[in-house]
Design a protein around this ligand. Sequence first.
Ligand SMILES: [Zn+2]
Length: 82
Amino acid sequence: MALVRVLDFRQDEHGDWLAVLSCGHTQHLRHQPPWQNRAWVLDAQQRQAQLEKPFLCGWCATEHAASEALTERPNKDLHKER
Ligand SMILES: [Zn+2]
């Protein structure tokens, strides 16, 4: 699992909100209804309420999956050579 905590929120150059996560990554929290409905992110009080909450980091999840794939492949190749 790639559950981390929300440390802070900030806005990028386009005014889109980002969550700053305890793993060092940032994740966009775009409010684009009806696809991504995150009206709460526009409200300072509701953002404060999300601080320190667990957050599923998509970057960490991707890295985790990638590193698993990388560590699995060489092992299989070694087995083949032996
Ligand atoms: Zn992360």
